[in-house]
Design a protein around this ligand. Structure first.
Ligand SMILES: [Zn+2]
Length: 120
């Protein structure tokens, strides 16, 4: 049960890490700015913001313009969920939480490198 909760938290953290990686280099607000389709500017609704699930339910495409959305979005959310699940599974105590935070930090750096290397 703890692993499942950690994975769900990891999905949300992964979504935030993706937002950080995309917005910080462009000088966009990390908190408060609405998420939009990078192709048409469509403001994403709540069902379109559910980590991992919305990308798969929409088959990787924007609901408004039909443009293909990068695999980066579900990949970073899934990676953060796996980091959380594995770390909490290895140690549900403080060490597991610290390992999880370190893993997410490493994931943020990796995401920044990926975003810097290509256009999403
Ligand atoms: Zn769109």
């Amino acid at each position: 049960m703890l692993t499942a909760i950690a994975a769900v938290v990891g999905l949300a953290v992964g979504s935030f890490l993706g937002t950080l990686a995309l917005r910080l280099p462009r000088g966009l607000p990390v908190v408060g700015g609405r998420s939009v389709c990078p192709h048409c500017g469509h403001r994403l609704t709540a069902p379109e913001l559910v980590p991992l699930a919305s990308w798969f339910l929409q088959r990787g495409r924007c609901r408004a313009c039909g443009a293909r959305l990068s695999i980066f979005y579900p990949a970073i959310e899934l990676a953060a969920a796996l980091v959380a699940a594995i770390c909490i599974n290895l140690s549900p105590a403080a060490w597991g939480v610290l390992a999880c935070l370190a893993g997410w930090a490493a994931l943020a750096v990796l995401a920044r490198v990926v975003v810097g290397a290509r256009t999403l």
